[in-house]
Design a protein around this ligand. Sequence first.
Ligand code: NAD
Ligand code: LMR
Length: 324
Amino acid sequence: MKQPVRIAITGAAGNISYSLAFRIASGDMLGKDQPVILQLLEITPALEALNGVVMELNDCAFPLVQDIVATDDANVAFKDADYALLVGARPRGPGMERKDLLEANAAIFSVQGKALNDNASRDVKVLVVGNPANTNALIASCNAPDLNPGQFTAMTRLDHNRALTQLAQKTGKHVTDVEGMIIWGNHSATQYPDIAHCKVAGTPAAELVERDWYETTFIPDVQQRGAAIIKARGASSAASAASSAIDHMRDWALGSSGVVSMAISADGSYGIEPGIIYSYPVVCRNGAYEIVQGLALDDFSKQKMKATEDELRQERAAVEHLLG
Ligand code: NAD
Ligand code: LMR
């Protein structure tokens, strides 16, 4: 039997976590042979609701769950954490952009960055889901000077998965036929879902769909999918967000089967400003991710990649005071 790993989840009484915690506990993230200790963080007023979640987790009698910690103290939740999924944050409502949450949520991530720095495993893998996810990850990373910025990532896997399905449905194929999908940049309406390097069942995607559909339907639909879910459900995506968080962490820990999109600390690749948390095409193996290099970019792509980079620079400027 493997040694248990410690998995911290913040916002653990919220909507996303109501799916996420149970799927992690059942082994969907790290495998059916990996015991887990769940370390669940909530704000004090939500501790009673969190207690209800813990009761339900216990009632599932999951074979892999070794222990469950429920707390309102980030230092306790992140103690020796091997994985940290930072979900706890306010979601947007109808008519808001994700960056409208910057002020409400930014302070959470400076406090949690410090708590990760002081308590987590030195190899902790951090995924920020709470919006605006990229800039929140930057804030957390800047407040954790003893950890490597490469340990802080933000979620664009949901956008990636949305794009896979849109393209598969358009071409009459299955999501497993699509390879080489890329989400560049911010998890926001400026993100650039790029099919230029994508193949569907071995054929270049650009040969299978009209350019007009790509530019005027596919790109805006993927960019606006979060808002469409909010409009339809009256609440932001939850089960699909949890599923994508599991995909992100599973691939990072255990390896990806191809190219996936992760928002990571930019290293200057493709001319992007170093340090901002920018979504790149990556391949994961041996517990690490590597940016796919050498992709040819046309002017359309360069312009879209620059627009989303500019937005991330602006978000960074707006939280400069929290960056330590
Ligand atoms: P929710 O309101 O249902 O749950 C959020 C939970 O976080 C609440 O229970 C709240 O008490 C808790 N919380 C607030 N501040 C906290 C803190 N300082 N420490 C610990 N917990 C705290 O919201 P949700 O639907 O679960 O969404 C959570 C976040 O995820 C939102 O910001 C949402 O916009 C974002 N989101 C991101 C993606 C993505 O693709 N990156 C997808 C979906 C949702
Ligand atoms: C999403 O993409 O579904 C989430 O980021 C929620 C939102 O505000 O769009």
